[in-house]
Write a protein that binds this ligand. Structure first.
Ligand code: C6P
Length: 402
C-alpha cells in the first residue's frame, strides 16, 4: 500500500521519509490526488446552480458522494449528511445552532477530560453566551472515561453530551454507544467527535445511535478543507441555519427569508467541491483496502510500537488501554518533547510533539506535552525499528552518555 502514496518517494535530509503523524493528517493515495486533479481538469463547475451540462455533471458527482458517505457510516438518509470544512466546523455548527435554540441559563453541557480543544471551546462559548455550565467526565488512571461518573453527571440539567470517539492523545476508543444509551435514557442528545475514528475503525452511526457525528476528510486519506457532520434528521430539522448565504435559502425578500430543506439549509455558499470529490475517492480507497485489514494492521503496529518503546529505559507511555487505535503518546524523561521531535526530524522521522490541542488532558497527565506517534496504513514495523534506534540515539545525546 505504501506505493499508493507518492509522498514516500521523497527524501528528507537524504533519508527516506518516515511519517508517524497520521492523527494530524494522513498522507494521500494517488487515487485521491488523481480524482481531485481530474475533477479540475475535466468537470470543474459550480454545483446546484448551473443548468448546463458541466454543472449538472458536477452536481451529480457531488450528490453521489453524499450518498457514498451515507452508506460508509450507515446513516439512514443522505439528507443527514452535511458538508463542512472539517470536524471543527461541524462541532461549531451544532454548538452554535443548538445553543441558540435549546440552551438557557442554568443548563449544562457535558464533555470529557480527554477532549480536543475543538470539542471544548465551542461548548465553552455556548455556555458563556447562554449562562450555562460546562461539566466534565473525568478520565481514570487507566486513561479511560469514568462511566460511573458519566452516569451521575447526566442530569435533568444536561442539554447535550459531546464526547470524542477516539482520543487523539491516548488512542483510547471510548464506549460511545454505552454513553449514548445512558444519555438517551434521560432524553439527552449526544454528539460524537469522530476525527480520529473514521478511516481507522468501522463507524456505524445507526448502531451507535448518536444524534450527531463529526469527522474530517483529511484524517482519512482525503483532502484538507472538507469534512462531514452527520445529524439525525429530527435534530437537523429542529436546528436553525448556521450561516446565511447562497444555496441555504428557498426564497429571499428584504423582509424575510425562507430556508432550504436538509441538508442545504446548512450549506451556505459554494462548497469545497473538489474536496468532496477527493473524499469520495478516499472512501473508495479505504473500502477497497477494507476496514478489518486496516484495523488489524494498525493494531499490530500499535502492539509492536508499544513493545519497542517500552524497551527503552527512560521512556514513559501514556494510555495503555486494551481498546486503542494506532496512537502512542510518550515522553523521554528529563527531555522536552519538542527536543525529541527536533532530534527525530534530523533522522527523517516526522512525529508530533506538544499538547496536541488537549491542554486540559495534559494537565491531568501532569505533563506540558508529549511526543506522539500515530499510524496510517502505509507504516511498517521496519519504520518502528528505525524510530527505536533514533530514540536510543536521542536518549544518549540528551542524557549525556555520548
Ligand atoms: N487533531 C491532531 O494532531 P480538524 O482540524 O477540524 O480537522 O480536526 C480537529 C480535531 C477534532 N477532534 C479531534 C479528536 C482531533 O484529533 C482533531 C484534530 C489533530 O491530533 C490536530 S490538533
Amino acid at each position: 500500500m505504501r506505493e499508493d502514496f507518492p509522498i514516500f518517494e521523497r527524501k528528507i535530509g537524504g533519508k527516506k521519509l518516515i511519517y508517524f503523524d497520521s492523527a494530524s493528517t494522513t498522507q494521500k493515495p494517488k487515487e485521491v490526488i488523481d480524482a481531485v486533479a481530474s475533477f479540475y481538469k475535466t468537470a470543474n463547475s459550480n454545483v446546484h446552480r448551473g443548468l448546463y451540462f458541466l454543472s449538472r455533471e458536477a452536481t451529480e458527482i457531488f450528490e453521489a458522494t453524499r450518498e457514498k458517505i451515507r452508506k460508509f457510516i450507515s446513516a439512514e438518509e443522505a439528507r443527514e449528511i452535511v458538508f463542512v470544512r472539517g470536524t471543527t466546523e461541524a462541532i461549531n455548527l451544532v454548538a452554535t445552532t443548538f445553543g441558540k435554540k435549546f440552551v438557557k441559563r442554568g443548563d449544562e453541557i457535558l464533555i470529557s477530560e480527554m477532549e480536543h480543544h475543538s470539542n471544548i471551546v465551542p461548548w465553552q462559548m455556548v455556555c458563556q453566551d447562554r449562562g450555562a455550565k460546562l461539566k466534565i467526565i473525568p478520565v481514570t488512571d487507566s486513561r479511560e472515561l469514568n462511566l460511573q461518573e458519566a452516569e451521575k453527571l447526566i442530569t435533568k440539567k444536561t442539554k447535550l453530551v459531546a464526547i470524542t470517539h477516539v482520543s487523539n492523545v491516548l488512542g483510547t476508543i471510548n464506549p460511545v454507544k454505552e454513553i449514548t444509551k445512558l444519555a438517551h435514557k434521560k432524553r439527552v442528545p449526544v454528539l460524537v467527535d469522530g476525527a480520529q475514528a473514521v478511516g481507522h475503525i468501522k463507524v456505524d452511526v445507526r448502531d451507535l445511535d448518536c444524534d450527531f457525528y463529526a469527522f474530517s476528510g483529511h484524517k482519512m486519506y482525503g483532502s484538507t478543507g472538507i469534512g462531514v457532520l452527520f445529524g439525525k434528521k429530527e435534530w437537523l430539522e429542529k436546528l436553525p441555519p448556521y450561516q446565511g448565504g447562497g444555496e441555504m435559502i428557498k426564497q429571499v425578500t428584504f423582509e424575510k427569508t425562507t430556508y432550504n430543506d436538509l441538508p442545504y439549509k446548512f450549506e451556505a455558499g459554494t462548497p469545497d467541491i473538489a474536496g468532496v470529490v477527493g473524499l469520495g475517492a478516499a472512501i473508495d480507497y479505504v473500502t477497497k483496502v477494507g476496514a478489518d485489514p486496516i484495523q488489524r494492521h494498525e493494531k499490530e503496529l500499535l502492539k509492536y510500537g508499544q513493545e519497542a518503546l517500552s524497551s527503552i529505559g527512560g521512556v514513559k507511555i501514556f494510555g495503555r488501554t486494551r481498546n486503542k487505535t494506532g496512537i502512542i503518546s510518550f515522553i523521554l524523561e528529563r527531555v522536552h518533547p519538542h527536543d525529541v521531535g527536533t532530534f527525530l526530524d534530523g533522522e527523517g522521522i516526522a512525529i508530533r510533539t506538544g499538547h496536541h490541542c488537549c491542554q486540559p488532558l495534559m494537565e491531568r497527565l501532569g505533563v506540558v506535552g508529549t511526543c506522539r506517534i500515530s499510524f496510517g496504513i502505509y507504516n511498517t514495523k521496519q519504520e518502528i525499528d528505525k524510530l527505536k534506534t533514533a530514540l536510543l540515539k536521542a536518549r544518549d545525546f540528551f542524557h549525556g552518555t555520548n
